[in-house]
Design a protein around this ligand. Structure first.
Ligand code: PLP
Length: 363
């Protein structure tokens, strides 16, 4: 979380704008909260340049719940409930598996196998098949991609153009959870985008859903009414009580991002941060990077110590310097630096200093 946002929230904790109430005490249908919520929507629309034919929904359940909510809302658009998936790592795999409960979930492309790119061996889940090799069914209800694999560290910078994939009628669905608001996004290439707030945009408990309005209104009969985008849109995210405090904090983050110069400016900062870190790794023989350079994530940077018996000492030393949460996900091992928006360049430089010192003393 950006510190100025936490400071503002602290100063408004007991009394929001002189109304005598904390945001936590407001009715979600009261005039103050409706103002907070609609301002958050306006700021998010401005930041991402969301066209008017897209609805912005504030929901709950996280991206994991969207793995079920998306098929329940979109599979009803086509005669046979089917959807296609690009497997890029753990998160896309979870989305694919969840969809199998609701229809025919087909794999359009996958990186679950090893491959050779330009003579270099790439392990499973460390590369991405080029989009001209994806096999998308023309009658699928949607094509799902995860545009940033948080655990694997693979980012899709250019979202596919469905026309070029030969499936112009198939909307693209993007799980953008972990790089949402880290850069401008090609919203109009997607039929819908969803993201849990907690990685880059605010506290846990809020899911942001951006969905083209023509995709709304085709929910399967089994879809819970609170998760039917039609109901949520009709009630402007107030079909039932939304996560009010999380929306308020996310709204402060949106304002902070605007003060930083918007997403183009944030992207420049994130490029500098990622470049500094990758440059260091690329010149080191002590650490290795698993991900193919063409798909390296700017926000989640997995790396390994060549000598894994030093992992414990590395993590202990990092913690002593205040460098936290560097342990890689248990499914991947090694290390992972997550350098979300709120991480300043100085934080990345402090990490690089540590990497250098550790290499010097153990290399
Ligand atoms: C964190 C994450 C999820 C899961 O989010 P929850 O809010 O825990 O459900 C899904 N997809 C991606 C890409 C993520 O980074």
């Amino acid at each position: 979380m950006p510190e100025p946002v936490l400071e503002q929230a602290a100063s408004e904790m007991l009394d929001w704008h002189g109304c005598g109430m904390s945001v936590m005490e407001m009715s979600h249908r009261g005039e103050q909260f409706i103002e907070i919520c609609s301002q958050a929507e306006t700021d998010l629309r401005e930041l991402l340049v969301i066209p008017p034919d897209y609805a912005v929904l504030f929901m709950q359940g996280g991206a994991t719940a969207e793995n079920a909510i998306v098929p329940m809302n979109l599979l009803g658009r086509v005669a046979q409930p089917k959807a296609d998936f690009v497997i890029s790592g753990i998160w896309a795999t979870k989305s694919h598996q969840e969809c199998q409960r609701y229809g025919d979930a087909h794999i359009a492309a996958t990186n679950a196998t090893a491959t050779v790119i330009d003579g270099t061996q790439q392990a499973p889940y460390t590369w991405l098949p080029k989009s001209d090799t994806w096999r998308v069914r023309k009658d699928a209800a949607y094509l799902h991609i995860c545009s940033n694999e948080t655990i694997g560290g693979i980012e899709t910078m250019d979202w596919p153009d469905m026309q070029a994939l030969g499936a112009p009628e198939v909307p693209l669905v993007v799980d953008a959870s972990s790089h949402f608001l880290s850069r401008p996004m090609q919203v109009d290439r997607a039929g819908m985008i969803f993201a849990g707030a907690q990685k880059n945009a605010g506290p846990a408990g809020l899911t942001m859903v951006i969905v083209r309005r023509d995709l709304i209104g085709h929910a399967l009969a089994i879809c819970p009414s609170a998760f039917d985008y039609k109901n949520v849109e009709a009630q402007r995210s107030m079909y039932n009580t939304p996560p009010t405090y999380a929306i308020y904090i996310a709204g402060l983050v949106f304002k902070w991002l605007k003060q930083q110069g918007g997403l183009a400016a944030i992207e420049q900062k994130n490029i500098l941060k990622a470049r500094a870190l990758y440059d260091y790794f690329d010149h080191s023989a002590f650490y290795t990077l698993p991900i193919h350079p063409s798909v390296r994530s700017r926000v989640n940077v997995p790396f390994f110590l060549r000598n894994t018996s030093l992992d414990g000492a590395f993590l202990k030393g990092a913690q002593e310097r205040g460098l936290m949460q560097l342990k890689g996900h248990k499914s991947v091992g090694g290390m992972r630096a997550s350098i979300y928006n709120a991480m300043p360049l100085e934080g990345v430089l402090a990490l690089i200093d540590y990497l250098k010192d550790f290499e010097r003393s153990h290399g």
